[in-house]
Ligand binder design. Structure first.
Ligand SMILES: [Zn+2]
Length: 225
């Protein structure tokens, strides 16, 4: 089971409604995510005026110390978290920091770092196929970022695979292109410029046995739009 989406944890920490109820279920059973949420809430506690939702490069130690200094919050519990988590922390830290003029300096420091603006070109909610359990769900987005096109896939509620889950682009007829494998239900997979997404519109997530070369068993599928 994948951990809770950091963006959803951010929403929870900021006291905003969360569209996905399974997050709350997950929190009940996962101490890791609970402690991350607690750390985020602690930071969010001193302000919730604004949120930073852009993808930013990982802040340096300097920036972390400044955030800590400017907001009076201890960031040491957050910094060692998994790399994806820093973004959620940054959002609540920024929310907290804009409260005071001094805090605004920290926000400025962070948001003026080179920004990798993202453009979502297409998206789809993946439909569960017969082989997948009732809890299975997923989504895919085609994102343009840093001058390249990336297929971002996220799945949840899937059983631990007896092998791995692989993501494919499918032309709906005969040809499937393997793009990459999911790690903890997630992956960002570069799409080669030579692949025409108007032709390969179908995103397929398959269960693969170890070493299986050909396409395995489709679990989730959807057509980009
Ligand atoms: Zn978790």
């Amino acid at each position: 089971m994948a951990h809770a989406d950091p963006d959803l944890l951010t929403l929870l920490a900021l006291g905003e409604p969360v569209p996905d109820e399974s997050v709350e279920d997950h929190l009940r059973t996962c101490a890791t995510c609970r402690s991350e949420l607690a750390a985020l809430r602690e930071v969010a506690g001193i302000g919730r005026e604004t949120r930073v939702e852009r993808d930013l490069p990982m802040p340096s130690e300097d920036v972390w110390s400044r955030i800590a200094a400017e907001t009076g919050q201890d960031t040491s519990s957050v910094v060692p978290l998994r790399p994806r988590r820093w973004r959620a922390f940054l959002a609540v830290a920024a929310a907290a920091a804009v409260i005071g003029a001094a805090g605004a300096i920290a926000v400025d420091r962070v948001t003026t770092a080179p920004v990798a603006a993202e453009q979502v070109l297409a998206r789809v909610d993946l439909a569960r196929l017969a082989a997948a359990p009732g809890s299975a769900r997923g989504s895919a987005r085609v994102v343009r970022t840093d001058g390249r096109t990336v297929l971002r896939v996220s799945v949840d509620g899937m059983p631990a695979p007896d092998g791995l889950y692989q993501v494919w682009l499918f032309d709906g007829a005969a040809t499937m292109i393997p793009l990459g494998v999911l790690t903890n239900g997630q992956a960002d997979m570069p799409v080669p410029d030579t692949v025409d997404l108007n032709t390969y519109r179908v995103v397929d997530v398959s269960a693969q046995r170890w070493g299986q070369q050909e396409h395995g068993t489709s679990m989730l599928q959807g057509q980009l739009s």
